[in-house]
Design a protein around this ligand. Structure first.
Ligand code: DGJ
Length: 822
């Protein structure tokens, strides 16, 4: 996997090669990154000769550029593809490492000293990092030094061959006897030859996370960064660089950072036409004092390459995250279907109302009950009690234990919500320890959601959080915890840091947070933690190293979620993205989607529900039941399968053995008679024969509106469904009152929610609930036909006729297709 010969480093993954060499000056020059060009076992001669051929040729320093030294007149660092770039010696592009010496000197020159190669990953001491987890991995450690500052700089490269990923990180140790200050330290610096690459990055805001942004860069720079104190919904650290690529073809480089705080990514094109990318801790708000014998380690960055387009890079990331980031004990662990109380009742609940919701959920086949915000202190709204993690007895008189026991008695597991990093001024904790909150002394603090942030840079504050959480998590049977964090940083300052150390605040906060969650996840290894920060304001590989899933967005609208979840899918496996079916009209958008659409979108992620089931009609409850039944049947495929984007409206998941697949189609807009819809699969086994069926989506008579009364009779004549209105209009007087009855048997958990409608139509197409059976597809085809041509779907409604084989997919309606090898 890693080869060295005569100054040449070759890092091979299964299908990629990363090559760099030591220049005569001692600088490290990147030579090539792309498709695999030679095997590990290639001869020394061929390796060296190939590096020579691939390396840039130099004779003179161009124009007014700086020549590195008298001895090396032709080496111009401004036009060298460098593994690490420092100021002062001619590289006038953006630098990746900036060290300021005690005398103010900022020039540094980082020169190769030696290397070693070890088996396994590189373990960072305080930061989360990738792990081999039993799969092959090798680490190259390169030592370099900057003579002036006496800094020892170590570059780490861990190669994960199976998922085509190489991770990189860097540490700086002060071996001199004067303090130095690190002003900027990028974890990865990569110079690609040529310009005109395209960037793809992902950002937005609260309830609008991970919206994709693309552009082409011929000159200048494109920078994304977080200044929220978290990895942020404003811009996720995931970054892609491509060269005329599409979903399936073309060169794409993918990058990410295993870090949950302020990050920085920049892509810039130099005047010589090389493209530089770097990622690391955001240098704004950052400066680190390094005294003698102290070391600083930067977060681990991730890079991957595929010539199979964006889809190829996403598959690499998905395998990497599953195999090398997620806590290993959760990698293949089945995730339960959950119901979360937040959008069901917000802060207004008591034990009885929670148990009512849990009973309905149980009857619908839901497995885990999660009590969200509002159960502690005196929390009736978001103005008080953060910091006081004792039960609110007015709401839960028997405490957490009573509720947990009763939930377990129903045959469900139990989870709770916490927001441990925060404090309200109206709390016992604040009254006892006002200094625990982050504030600039003597200044009015700007609040977010009326709360302040606990100063996690201080060990005593970390210890308080750990102790309170340990008490909560061990107070009763808790199988799941949602760890929330609901504001961005302001007024950064710690009373625990000296004036010259205040630039360390943001990173020290993240280190404190990692210490807390490391200790808690070790103490409670069986709890399934779900990260959250006002939705996806801290969705990153650092959190995923502790929490195997993260709530993707507070936007639960299925249509908004298609864009948000598509964004996540570029870099994160969908099982890491919390995703729930919620009520209509949706609480964030007031939009109404069908139950099938909401299910199709939610069940692609870490699946659950978040609505008041008691507001649903019996018919709607039956649909929920049928969804959970379906989910359980295909859970293994949906949770552990391979996820493929097909286009903006279609995606699919294929089981590991390729014998089962589930395809999703959300039609954004029905345009009559425009083009026929096709579902062209990805990832099916070409030689297998598949049976293809769809989840049947019934229509209601009311869906047809006045069409029923005005439809041309001749258009209906051949129809298997007799839609001719009788004397009474079906539309105005449906056969069954679908409004929830006062007493509903279906809400009794003893009764299941399977639809019990009696067929009214002769052929069974209309049942007593006034439902018209949707189209039912059943065909067989070879995987190769499905992958190459696709299934041409059943006839799409176009305004001039309707029968049982007609597929009506109105705007935003969904179909789920099932592919089973026969
Ligand atoms: C923000 C989260 O994203 C929501 O899901 C919910 O848990 C609220 N916080 C509760 O305050």
């Amino acid at each position: 996997m890693i080869r060295y010969y005569d100054g040449c480093f070759l890092l091979n993954t299964k299908t990629t090669s990363y090559c760099f060499r030591v220049l005569p000056t001692g600088h490290l020059e990147q030579v090539y990154y792309g498709n695999k060009i030679m095997d590990d076992g290639v001869s020394d001669f061929i390796l060296k000769a190939s590096f020579e051929a691939m390396s840039e040729k130099r004779e003179f320093t161009a124009g007014n550029s700086i020549a590195y030294s008298d001895d090396y007149q032709s080496i111009c660092l401004e036009d060298t593809a460098l593994e690490i770039s420092t100021p002062g010696k001619g590289d006038v592009r953006e630098n990746s490492l900036v060290i300021i010496n005690a005398d103010g000197v900022s020039t540094s020159d980082v020169i190769f000293k030696g290397y070693d190669i070890t088996e396994d990953e590189h373990r960072l001491s305080e930061l989360p990092h990738s792990s081999s987890n039993g799969k092959s991995a090798q680490t190259l450690r390169i030592e370099m030094s900057d003579e002036y500052s006496n800094a020892l700089i170590t570059l780490f490269y861990t190669v994960y061959p199976e998922c085509d990923v190489i991770t990189r990180s860097i540490s700086v140790c002060n071996t001199g006897n004067r303090d130095i200050h690190i002003e900027k330290i990028m974890s990865l610096c990569l110079d690609l030859y040529g310009g005109g690459y395209e960037y793809t990055c992902f950002g937005g805001h609260w309830a609008r996370e991970m919206h994709k942004d693309t552009g082409k860069l011929k000159s200048g720079s494109h920078i994304i960064a977080s200044r929220t104190g978290t990895s942020s919904s404003r811009s996720n650290p995931l970054f892609l660089i491509s060269d005329n690529a599409d979903e399936d073809f073309g060169s794409v480089y993918g990058f990410n950072l295993i870090y949950s705080g302020d990050h920085y990514e920049s892509m810039s094109v130099s005047s010589f036409g090389k493209t530089r990318f770097m990622t690391g801790i955001n240098p704004e708000n950052f400066s680190w004092r390094l005294s003698n014998d102290m070391c600083f380690e930067a977060p681990e960055a991730v890079m991957t390459y595929s010539d199979k387009g964006f889809g190829g890079v996403s598959l690499n990331f998905h395998s990497f995250v599953k195999d090398h980031i997620l806590p290993v004990r959760f990698k293949d662990k089945e995730r339960p279907i959950l119901i979360n109380s937040w959008e069901a009742n917000y802060f207004r609940f008591n034990e009885d109302s929670l148990l009512r919701l849990a009973r309905s959920a149980k009857a619908c086949g839901i497995e885990l009950f999660v009590m969200d915000d509002g159960w502690f202190g005196k929390r009736d709204d978001d103005h008080s009690s953060l910091g006081d993690w004792t039960v609110y007895e007015d709401k839960l008189p028997g405490g957490l234990k009573s509720l947990s026991d009763k939930i377990h008695d129903l045959g469900m597991t139990f989870g709770i919500w916490v927001e441990p990093e925060m404090i309200n001024e109206d709390s016992r904790l604040f009254r006892a320890h006002p200094d625990y909150a982050v504030k600039v002394p003597g200044h009015v603090h700007s609040k977010g959601r009326d709360q302040l942030i606990l100063d996690l840079t201080r060990k005593e504050v970390q210890d308080n959080v750990i102790a309170q959480m340990k008490a909560v998590f061990s107070s009763c049977r808790i199988e799941y915890v949602k760890w929330d964090m609901n504001r961005v940083f302001s007024d950064r300052f710690s009373t625990g840091l000296q004036a010259l150390e205040q630039g360390e605040f943001s990173h020290r906060y993240i280190l404190g947070l990692y210490r807390i969650i490391r200790e808690l996840t070790l103490a409670f290894p069986d709890i399934l933690f779900e990260g959250c920060a006002s939705g996806g304001n801290r969705f990153d590989l650092g959190m995923l190293a502790f929490f195997p899933q993260i709530w993707g967005s507070d936007d639960t609208d299925a249509i908004e979620r298609t864009a948000i979840q598509e964004g996540y899918s570029y870099g994160y496996p969908m099982i890491t993205v919390g995703s729930h079916v919620s009520a209509v009209p949706n609480h964030q958008t007031m939009r109404c989607e069908t139950a099938e659409t909401r299910f199709a979108v939610a069940c692609t992620g870490a699946f659950g529900y978040e609505l008041d089931l008691d507001q649903l009609s019996d018919e709607e409850l039956s649909e929920v039941y049928s969804q959970t039944e379906f989910y359980k049947k295909y859970r293994n495929t949906l949770q552990n399968g391979t996820y493929h984007r097909i286009n903006e409206e279609q995606w699919m998941v294929v089981s590991e053995d390729k014998k089962t697949a589930v395809g999703f189609f959300v039609k954004m807009r029905l345009t009559p008679n425009k083009s026929l819809d096709v579902f062209k699969t990805k990832g099916l086994e070409p030689s297998l024969l598949y049976k293809v069926t769809n989840r049947v989506c019934d229509k209601h008579l009311s869906d047809f509106g006045s069409l029923i009364n005005s439809m041309d009779q001749s258009a209906m004549e051949d129809s298997a469904v007799d839609l001719k209105p009788g004397e009474q209009s079906f539309v105005r007087d449906p056969a069954v009152d679908l409004k929830p009855g006062e007493q509903s048997l279906l809400r009794d958990p003893a009764v299941d929610h399977r639809p019990a409608g009696q067929d009214l139509s002769a052929d069974g197409t209309i049942n007593e609930a006034g439902r018209i059976r949707g189209e039912k597809m059943e065909i067989k085809a070879l995987g190769s036909a499905l992958n190459n041509c696709g299934v041409r779907l059943m006839y799409g409604y176009g305004g001039t006729g309707y029968n049982e084989n007609t597929r009506i997919m109105k705007d935003m309606e969904a179909r789920i297709y099932i592919f089973e090898a026969v």
